[in-house]
Design a binder for this molecule. Sequence first.
Ligand code: NAD
Ligand code: 6OD
Length: 503
Amino acid sequence: MSLSKQISSTVHRTLQESPAKLLHGYVDGRFVPGRREFPDVNPADGSVVAKATEAGEELVDAAVGAAHRALKGEWGRLGVRERAAMMCRIAERIEARFAEFVAAEVADTGKPISLASRLDVPRAAANFRVFADLIKTAGVEAFHTETTDGRSALNYAVRKPIGVVGIITPWNLPLLLLTWKVAPAMACGNTVVVKPSEETPATATLLAEVMHETGVPPGVFNLVHGFGPDSAGEFLTRHPDVNAMTFTGESRTGAAIMRACAPNVRPVSFELGGKNAAVVFADCDFAATVDGLAEAVFLNTGQVCLCAERVYVERPIFEQFVDALKQKARGLRAGWPTDESTTLGPLISKEHREKVLSYYGLAREEGATVVTGGGVQGFGDARDNGCYVEPTIWTGLKESARCVQEEIFGPVCHIASFDSEEEAIALANDTRYGLAASIWTTNLQRAHRVAPQMDVGITWVNCWFLRDLRTPFGGVGLSGIGREGGVHSLNFYSELNNVCIKF
Ligand code: NAD
Ligand code: 6OD
């Protein structure tokens, strides 16, 4: 059977079987039930695809305790090459269970099967492979120091695990974002307690199964399910024995987690929200830019932190560009996520749909021209119980409008015109966020001039979401604290002990 047929039949089987499925936490090498069950809902039609069990404070405490014991056990004694080899085996097991991972991600998020197969699951395996490679080749700083008595000292830094790392992740790219943190944390010899989003517990549970099958020692990877406040998320962030916290999610949640980490002065790494700008110059490759922006605005139904919600287009091509992106929006196929030809899935939940629709309403009040969309599709089948919204484009809003300043996290953008490079830079930087920007031009001198002036952590030129996992990833302002990726991840997930030897 071809891979795509295999994936498709696994997805259908999973959706049929899954209402009976109970997703437990994984602590100290065992699957353990939590204090109560909560539903895992498929946003395509509102059906319950599984139930997960919420970890209470005792289970989170048990997970942190197990993680500490594991640091001192077999895992702590493994050499770098053995750890790296284990991580490669984890990548292989993810690939061996590829169809199940895709099925679980599609059922939980409603994202199109084509997207989960091309992006989410391959990246999970790549995250383990890349950090296995990096840790084997990572160097340390060394300095030869002349001393005042005419002798010398050798300084060199030793990389050590930071300890137990708490990892909290969101629902938009659940497995990709979880493994983006688990892999470097494990590569550096840490143990982890992970808390995936309550909206998407399934692939994290499959990852726990993979850890188990791969022979990862008990306590190295621990999983607790549940919510944020007064639930597993909060219990983890305020646990005094967690040595570092890494979090991806909303800026507001980042602030709450920072407060929880403050009393014990623990390091944090935050990948937060964005209100990203795309700047389109009149000299761009028009067709390629429209294709690129259609992805940058609508991929994953706009639920990628890097999505462009503000598009600035140089005046001579403004009308033509608005029209071309409108055609792209109208060409998206809002279908069943399991259908190979679907290009637009639902939003994650009814609650999130209410939020996005509230912005669709607000845009009208704020004076937007609705170029396309602005409402909800009707399907005449079970998808009407789901969380779909129309892909939407606005023009005509003031820069101060809430729809231009606040992260919406849906399939929507506002397009405005500009007349000069300076104006484009000022408009792009007029935000409290600072995650990513994209610049579209065939003039490379301009690209080199403009890109460094973007107040963001990542600037793409003539591309978007093109990832090399060795590069720094993160944001400024409300978009986060710190950088992960390559050596930046290794530095966050390890402590450096500088050894100074006089000779
Ligand atoms: P969220 O902040 O609501 O939830 C993220 C996670 O935090 C969930 O697991 C949730 O249960 C947990 N949580 C919530 N409150 C908590 C608390 N008080 N203490 C501890 N844990 C808590 O985010 P979301 O709605 O799941 O995800 C969407 C957001 O994530 C968007 O803002 C998006 O931009 C952002 N995001 C950023 C990046 C990035 O790399 N910068 C990547 C993906 C998503
Ligand atoms: O590609 C990545 O490593 C990454 N962290 C992507 C984040 C996407 C936000 O939704």
